[in-house]
Design a protein around this ligand. Structure first.
Ligand code: ATP
Length: 895
């Protein structure tokens, strides 16, 4: 896209009257753009998404594949062999470099494309007026000039100049850090107004907390204020993970070691009077042999397969390192509502001063009734004043709506509010007075209040957390409709009793006011009259208890962090088994009172954090991380973003989460379900296992190849295997055999192990010993084979062909053993990974080709071998796998 068109978008619009903005952006303030106009602008301005800061173009990314110390060694070897006139050798070496480059490039592009596609899955929609009608479009499709409609709960999808705000308040903390909602109007502002004070603008990424509004999109995508910040702070999303960093370090060390060995062997040979050309070929053989060429591709592919497997289980990975980190998670901090529970609220009890009521019927359908203690069906009309007012407050102080789809009632908006509407329907409440102002609900405020006009006077309704509402009341409504002094202790007692049953309890209150003058939080304090309590059931998710248990078996602590009341949270936690192992409960207030030095111990013993604010989540993550924990933290609100970013795995909610939270998360749960986190951890462990298996499988070959060559040089023997043959082994076996390990199913009992220590070395001592053992078997076997064949009168080519086939066969048998690091290959079943069987067939055909096809014989300097040689090859390979099997039996605990 031409940059001039991009800059066209960048201009301030807060200092222009609406009609000028309309002219400037060639739009219509009532009908919006037409579809053709929108399409045209979409192709000019591009999608309304924040760009992935992709650091390089395709050519550069292709060339970047060469930027690897091990590849440098190959390149130098290729050039020198070319200079020495070894055309075939240098062609094969360069061929390997090119193949590597292409495989690396394709893998990287595919992994990036897959991540992009997954990111696209979690994008949101926006309401827009085009051709005079309102419709919903993916927010990526918004263009400058679009007339965008926003309402409470929406994330602003682009930078908008307001045309028609209606009591609009916006939480701009994502952009400005200001945590209190800002009210908006359309008045023109001076040009120098700072972003935070542009009250006639709505900025992309901010959250509408109340009211509605219509605005003209003046900037989209990267040109928005959010895009600006993204550009400043957004580090390029790279495909680097802790593991790839470790491996990069490993390859650097390996390169130095290989070069040193090659130089020494070259020096020793030449000093002994061998020809420098031959010695150089030998040094090249050593170098190319010891380089694990297939490693980088295998890692990206294994991670990519992990991403796909997680997506199938509803966990969308947004950043590749998460795949790997997930496996090492030691603590999961999870929300309650919607994650551990269904977030399908049903009011099942109502308590008022003077009467308690039971409510029948489950879900959002209105078939059910409000029953008095005597079993009388109560209607709003005939109800005592406190019940009627409680129903009315719940229904009036409410932004949700009930719709019906396919005969089923659904809630649009907050399920808590939906439940209150359903209750009102069950009691046949007829209508609510018109609303004139709102103090919106927020997690910090924990209540909501609305002002209504009612036959000439005004009435305030409020609902929210019991202690917050009681804090605003000094009186309560008596059964006779007369106001009495508040008996807060009695209300609290009742609320505790209901909460202890796992019910979410909200209090309602109201008051009549003479005018609509001061409708603020301060003005409300002390003026409200308590009317009653509504207690709602939010059943735990069916899979949650099992997932919590599975996490515990896997050594992962689960901590519930909720905005809900401690008693409700405790009851639900108990039902889910969260408190089984003796964890305690702490409230946000208690947390705030803790001294810094008390904090770590307190969070360790606590399993339930109740009435916690989003800011406290950040402090919790930091404290856990300071103890060395690897923390997965869930979140959905705009204010959760800092904690999500700080956590090792930020888990955002796909259904109920704000776009801001999703952008901050490393992983998005498309079903919001806690069990999905557990599934993702399990997959993460599987990915890490498969990577380890590949490394344990591939390294012995490289070590053995290097050592065989080194031995040949040191004793002055002919090379048992040539550089080109080594490249053949390394490349074909990596692709046909090693890569198949990436498809290996997860091992049984993977969630019964303790989490991996993030600081632990990649390979345990046990695994290193196994690598050493297999290397020794390969060195011994191939050396013996080579010398035996020569002694038996075979040609040099035939002896080398035998050694080459021996290497491949030992690797092939060893591959089956590497399918599990601890269990014997017979136990996991020979046929449980069909990919491996395909790869093995392919490899065997390859070996027959390199041994018997004349072109291949010329290229790789091989010669046909007889059945007796094959039998010896297979014999050694079998023997080697027997030794590995015994080693496995003797040392099970090597992980
Ligand atoms: P989590 O998802 O972390 O478990 P939560 O949904 O329980 O959190 P919040 O949404 O922050 O927590 O709600 C905190 C408290 O605010 C609730 O316990 C309830 O008392 C009150 N509350 C929740 N929703 C509303 C609402 N729409 N209006 C008024 N008060 C509300």
């Amino acid at each position: 896209m031409p940059t001039t068109e991009r800059t066209e978008q960048v201009s301030s619009h807060h200092d222009l009257p609406v009609h000028e903005v309309v002219l400037l952006l060639e739009t219509d303030p009532a009908a919006g753009l037409s579809e053709p106009q929108a399409r045209d602008r979409r192709s000019r301005f591009g999608p309304n998404t924040l760009p992935q800061t992709r650091s390089a173009g395709p050519l550069l990314r292709l060339l970047r594949q060469l930027h690897h110390p091990l590849i440098y060694v190959l390149l130098v070897s290729g050039v020198v062999t070319l200079v020495l006139g070894e055309r075939v050798d240098s062609t094969v070496i360069f061929g390997v470099v090119v193949v590597n480059m292409i495989v690396g490039f394709v893998q990287e592009s595919r992994a990036e494309a897959a991540l992009d596609a997954l990111r696209a899955m979690v994008r949101t929609e926006a309401k827009v007026i085009r051709d005079g009608t309102q419709r919903t479009v993916p927010s990526a499709d918004l263009v400058p000039g679009d007339l965008v409609v926003v309402e409470a709960g929406d994330r602003v999808p682009a930078d908008l100049r307001l045309v028609r705000p209606a009591e609009l308040a916006v939480d701009e903390s994502a952009l400005t850090g200001e945590s209190l909602p800002v009210t908006k109007d359309e008045a023109v502002l001076p040009p120098a107004t700072a972003v935070a004070d542009r009250h006639n603008m709505l900025h992309s990424g901010t959250l509408v907390t109340s009211g509605t509004g219509v605005g003209i999109a003046v900037a989209t995508g990267a040109e928005t204020e959010l895009g600006e910040i993204h550009r400043l702070v957004g580090s390029a999303d790279s495909l680097e993970t802790p593991l790839t960093r470790k491996l990069a370090w490993f390859s650097k060390v390996l390169t130095v070691v290989i070069l040193a060995l090659a130089a020494v062997s070259f020096g020793v040979g030449v000093a002994r009077g061998e020809s420098p050309v031959e010695m150089f070929t030998a040094a090249v053989a050593l170098a190319v042999g010891a380089i694990p060429e297939g490693l980088p591709a295998a890692i990206t592919i294994t991670l990519a397969i992990g991403v796909a497997r997680m997506a199938r289980r509803q966990a969308v990975i947004r950043r590749l390192p998460a795949v790997e980190t997930l496996g090492g998670t030691t603590v999961i901090c999870t929300d309650k509502t919607g994650t551990l529970t269904e977030n399908q609220m049903t009011v099942c009890a109502v308590w008022t001063p003077g009467g308690s009521y039971e409510v029948s019927g489950a879900g959002y359908a209105a078939d059910g009734a409000v029953l008095s203690e005597e079993g009388t069906v109560m209607t709003a009309e005939a109800a005592p004043a406190p019940l009627r007012s409680t129903l009315l407050a719940g229904a009036a102080c409410n932004d949700a709506a009930l719709t019906s789809r396919d005969g089923r009632v659904e809630v649009v908006g907050d399920p808590t509010e939906g439940a209150m509407l359903v209750l009102a329907r069950k009691a046949a409440l007829a209508g609510v007075p018109a609303r004139v102002a709102t103090i919106p609900f927020s997690s910090e405020r924990q209540y909501m209040a609305t002002l209504h006009e009612d036959t000439g006077s005004y009435v305030v309704f409020a609902k929210g957390a019991v202690e917050r509402i009681l804090g605003l009341c000094t009186a309560q409504l008596g059964p006779d409709g007369v106001t009495r002094p508040l008996d807060a202790a009695a209300v609290q007692r009742e609320a505790e009793t209901l909460a202890a049953q796992g019910l979410r309890v909200l209090a309602t209150a109201m008051t009549r006011v003479g005018d609509c003058g001061a409708f603020t939080e301060d003005a409300l304090r002390g003026t409200l009259v308590f009317t009653g309590l509504q207690a709602m059931l939010d059943p735990p998710r069916p899979a949650a208890a099992a997932a919590v248990r599975s996490c515990r078996d896997a050594g992962i602590a689960v901590k519930m962090i909720t905005g809900d009341h401690a008693a409700t949270a405790t009851a639900i936690a108990r039902r889910l088994g969260l408190l089984d192992v003796g964890g305690g409960v702490l409230t946000g207030a208690e947390l705030a009172a803790l001294r810094d030095e008390e904090f770590p111990a307190a969070i360790e013993r606590t399993a339930v954090f109740a009435r916690v604010s989003p800011e406290q989540k950040l402090r919790l993550v930091e404290a856990l991380q300071a103890r060395g924990d690897v923390v997965a933290m869930t979140g959905d609100g705009v204010n959760d973003a800092p904690a999500l970013r700080q956590a090792d795995i930020g888990v955002a909610m796909g259904k109920s989460g704000t776009e801001v939270a999703k952008e901050a998360g490393d992983m998005v749960l498309t079903d919001d379900d806690f069990a999905t986190i557990e599934a993702a951890v399990e997959e993460g462990r599987g990915v890490f296992d498969n990577l380890t298996k590949f490394i344990v499988w591939t390294l012995p070959t490289n070590m053995a190849e290097g050592l065989v060559i080194l031995a040949a040089i040191l004793v002055g023997s002919a090379l048992p295997i040539l550089p080109t043959q080594i490249l053949w082994i390394n490349m074909t076996t990596a692709v046909a055999l090693g890569l198949m390990l990436a498809f290996e199913p997860k091992e049984r009992g993977i969630m019964l192990r303790a989490p991996r220590d993030p600081h632990r070395a990649l390979l345990t001592r046990g695994l290193m010993l196994r690598i050493g053992l297999v290397s020794a078997l390969l060195v011994g076997g191939s050396w013996w084979m080579f010398q035996w064949e020569l002694g038996a009168g075979a040609s040099l080519e035939q002896a080398r062909t035998a050694a080459l086939n021996l290497f491949v066969m030992v690797e092939l048998f060893y591959l089956f053993s590497c399918r599990s690091l601890t269990r014997s290959m017979w136990r996991i079943g020979l046929f449980s990974n069909r990919w491996i069987l395909g790869g093995v067939t392919f490899q065997i055909l390859g070996q027959l080709a390199i041994t018997y096809v004349p072109v291949m014989q010329r290229l790789f300097e091989t010669a046909p071998i007889g059945t007796d040689t094959w039998l010896r090859v297979l014999g050694v390979a079998l023997l080697a796998s027997l030794v590995v099997a015994i080693d496995k039996r003797l040392r099970r605990e090597i992980l």
